[in-house]
Design a binder for this molecule. Structure first.
Ligand SMILES: [Zn+2]
Length: 580
């Protein structure tokens, strides 16, 4: 009854509710001095707009473009703005039939620092929270049964110059996805889930949102440094895209592909999967809606194009574009140990992440003005979602070998900063040991506490010296956030999704455990996620950040993810106010 009474009261008095005012960059924004952003002011629920006065630090802002997206809204946009070091505020005094109201957004901008690092290699393990990194260490360096001591450490956690623990969140949620978290690292802002380097707006168009300049854009605009992007995910996926693209919707794959070559960043090195977004719609497997052919067009722009490991290793050019799969590059275990025909299909000669890292650096370092390289290990997350912990963790080992190479490079090149972090967490946890002689899905084959014992990983090794997941005694590993699914405790050579559709539509649609896995002999576990979830989800747990070399002291203690951007900018001495 209460809302009705309220409405009646409003009708009787003639009072109208005030318009809803929004300012972007949002109140509390921290920016880098000179970092470009689009100023956007929106008024929704407007009753007969009368006037608005918009000031920056008390001075009227000129050149604002006013629009009316809806009958009841009005907006003002001014693109490519920036602020000087220190505190600033935007004030909006807005007037309509509901009266006059004021909205203030306060911003601060960091002053530039003296450069220490000329070269930066940023590794992002997608979904590699502390627990995931630690599980990889426990597999690679099992404990010594003679004394209970670990037999070693991953390269990423050895000989550190500095380290931090990183927390994540989104502009619109306490939880996060790879788009907004990679954007937080790239541009230092809290961003909407599913968005890349943009603020919200009230239009349907996902490509017109107010933008924020990523570190790669600042580098391109203000310095002569080269830029590289490497990922084993499909190349228009969120993490690599966050270092080049702007969009409200991470699924704008065609635009993200175009932005690599037409946007403000234009990376000199782009080594990725996902050729489907770069080949014309007429080509088999293409996801494009037009006939643009970036394989052909990139070569006209001076890129050397490669599509296999052999071609990559032989490449010697200043600009390098590599597409190594139609979709994601398969997991390490699929490429090296399982080699399933159905998984590898036509792709038999794909680079390791360490190959791509090394070739990217060799290409970028030809530029005496330095470089910024982002390397993503994307398959960690891609296999955590379907609860396949072995594939996920072995990809951490592949990433670690790339990190080992980069650390070695930084030792020989002391003007280099190497960072290893993650974008968001997953709920993977090691809770015991498992006696595989008992077969799949045996709860009583799980040993806990002293009965967990010591796994036997490393009794057999592959061509790269990595252990096999199949060994007599494994870890018992599970996930904290799951749909209903069947748990076997064992890995499998042929990947299977944990769930299948329940065959229902509308409100009843949902997912049930994959009967193929249940048939292997498994414990059926009741999930804790909504029944609409077909796989595991990201969690809010903290992430590691390991730093090596020049400027590493900027990464220390407990950090919010957005601070990584400012740490890199400080290490590189970026000054957004410059124009080269
Ligand atoms: Zn994910």
């Amino acid at each position: 009854m209460r809302p009705l009474l309220l409405t009646a009261a409003l009708l009787m008095t003639g009072a109208a509710s005030a318009a809803d005012l929004k300012v972007y960059p949002y109140d509390g924004s921290r920016l880098l001095a000179g970092q470009r952003f689009d100023l956007r002011i929106e008024a929704e629920n407007v009753k007969n707009y009368k006037s608005a006065t918009i000031r920056l630090d008390g001075k009227l802002i000129e050149g604002l473009v006013q629009t009316n997206t809806k009958e009841t809204s009005t907006e003002w946009t001014l693109r490519d703005q920036s602020i000087t070091p220190g505190a600033h505020s935007v004030s909006v005094v807005f007037s309509d039939d509901a009266g006059v109201q004021t909205k203030v957004a306060r911003w601060t901008a960091d002053a530039p620092a003296t450069a220490k690092a000329k070269k930066v290699i940023l590794f992002i393990g997608d979904g590699m929270s502390w627990n995931v990194m630690n599980a990889a260490k426990m597999v690679a360096f099992p404990y010594n049964p003679a004394n209970g001591m670990s037999t070693g450490k991953l390269a990423m956690e050895s000989d550190l110059s500095s380290m931090a623990s990183v927390t994540t969140s989104s502009y619109d949620s306490a939880l996060a996805d790879s788009a907004n978290t990679a954007s937080s690292i790239a541009s230092g802002q809290k961003i909407l889930v599913n968005a890349l380097n943009v603020y919200p707006d009230n239009t349907e168009n996902t490509l017109d949102n107010p933008r924020i300049e990523p570190i790669t854009g600042i580098l391109r605009r203000t310095t002569g440094a080269s830029i590289g992007i490497v990922s084993d995910a499909f190349g228009t996926d969120a993490t690599p895209a966050a270092f080049s693209a702007h969009t409200r919707r991470r699924g704008d794959y065609q635009s993200i592909a175009d932005q690599y070559f037409q946007g403000e960043v234009k990376p000199d090195v782009l080594l990725i999967g996902g050729s489907r977004d770069f080949i014309p719609s007429t080509a088999a497997g293409s996801r494009r809606k037009d006939t643009t052919d970036w394989i052909a067009d990139s070569q006209k722009l001076g890129y050397n194009f490669v599509s296999t490991r052999t071609e990559l290793l032989a490449a010697n050019s200043n600009k390098l574009f590599g597409l190594f799969n139609i979709d994601n590059v398969p997991s390490y275990l699929d490429r090296v140990q399982y080699k399933g025909e159905n998984t590898l299909k036509d792709f038999k000669d794909m680079p390791y992440l360490w190959d791509s890292t090394q070739k990217a650096v060799e290409t970028l370092e030809k530029n005496p003005d330095g470089f910024f390289l982002m390397v993503e290990s994307g398959m960690i997350d891609k296999f955590e979602h379907p609860l396949d912990w072995q594939r996920a963790v072995w990809n951490v080992l592949e990433l670690d070998k790339a990190v080992a190479w980069a650390k070695d490079y930084a030792k020989k090149n002391p003007d280099t900063l190497v960072l290893v972090t993650a974008d968001h967490a997953h709920s993977l946890t090691v809770f015991g040991g498992y006696d595989t002689s008992k077969g799949p899905g045996q709860r009583n084959a799980v040993g806990i506490y002293e009965a967990a014992g010591f796994p036997t990983y490393g009794d057999k090794r592959d061509v790269n010296g990595f252990p096999l997941p199949e060994t007599a005694r494994t870890y018992a590993v599970g996930f904290g956030a799951t749909p209903d699914y069947c748990e076997t405790y064992l890995g499998r050579a042929e990947f299977l999704d944990p769930t299948v559709s329940n065959g229902k539509t509308g409100a009843e649609a949902g997912f049930v455990p994959n009967p193929k896995i249940c048939a292997e002999g498994a414990v059926q576990r009741v999930g804790n996620l909504p029944t609409s979830a077909n796989q595991g989800v990201h969690t809010a747990d903290p992430l590691p950040l390991f730093a090596f070399g020049a400027g590493a002291e900027n990464f220390m203690g407990v950090m919010d993810q957005t601070e990584i951007f400012f740490g890199i900018a400080k290490a590189m001495g970026l000054d957004g106010r410059k124009n080269k």
